[in-house]
Design a protein around this ligand. Structure first.
Ligand code: GDP
Ligand code: MG
Length: 163
């Protein structure tokens, strides 16, 4: 299948929340506490007339980043193989964690389009906090709130442009 978009990132950054918004169905299970879900969810979406498939990764990975480092790496490597474009989601509330650095390191080597998405930017005040994510070495980022939808239009414009 063409036009496959994978959403990657460490647990709790808001991947499933954004995925649910994209596919406009309550398919992915969002749970910040127990999070017992399948490890990948697939959905279909469309923007500006362009259709694409979306993979939400790491569904069952919850808990501390270090315990699941190997599993997160595996999900990112799968995504790199499978996807045509990768959305790397980070969390402005938490800032950069060691796991974010690990994922960024894997993604810096990828020749496919990688878009850095700074999530939980629910208001303008938080946008300023996002600048630290430049240090991940992935270039320009998009700030969004998967929760209230702000910024997602600009991100999707960019996504369908690179697909
Ligand atoms: P995942 O583990 O990366 O799939 O993250 P989830 O989508 O399960 O979200 C983890 C937690 O972050 C949940 O409590 C969400 O409600 C919360 N969350 C997700 N997106 C946002 C956002 O844009 N703003 C805020 N404030 N919280 C968010
Ligand atoms: Mg999830």
């Amino acid at each position: 299948m063409n036009n496959i978009v994978a959403i990657v990132g460490r647990p709790n950054v808001g991947k499933s929340t954004f995925f649910n918004r994209l596919i406009k169905r309550r398919d992915a299970i969002v749970d910040s506490v127990s999070g017992v879900t399948r490890d990948r969810n697939y959905g279909k979406s469309e923007w500006n007339g362009k259709e694409f498939s979306v993979i939400d990764t790491g569904g069952y990975i919850v808990g501390s980043d270090d315990v699941f480092e190997g599993e997160i790496r595996r999900q990112v490597e799968l995504a790199i193989d499978e996807a045509d474009a990768i959305l790397f989601v980070v969390d402005v509330e938490e800032g950069i964690t060691p796991m974010d650095d690990t994922v960024a390191k894997l993604l810096r080597k990828v020749t496919k389009p990688v878009i850095l998405v700074v999530n939980k930017v629910d208001n303008a005040m938080r946008a300023a906090d996002a600048v630290e994510f430049y240090s991940l070495g992935l270039g320009e980022y998009f700030t969004i709130s998967g929760m209230n939808g702000s910024g997602t239009g600009e991100l999707l414009d960019k996504l369908v442009e690179v697909l």
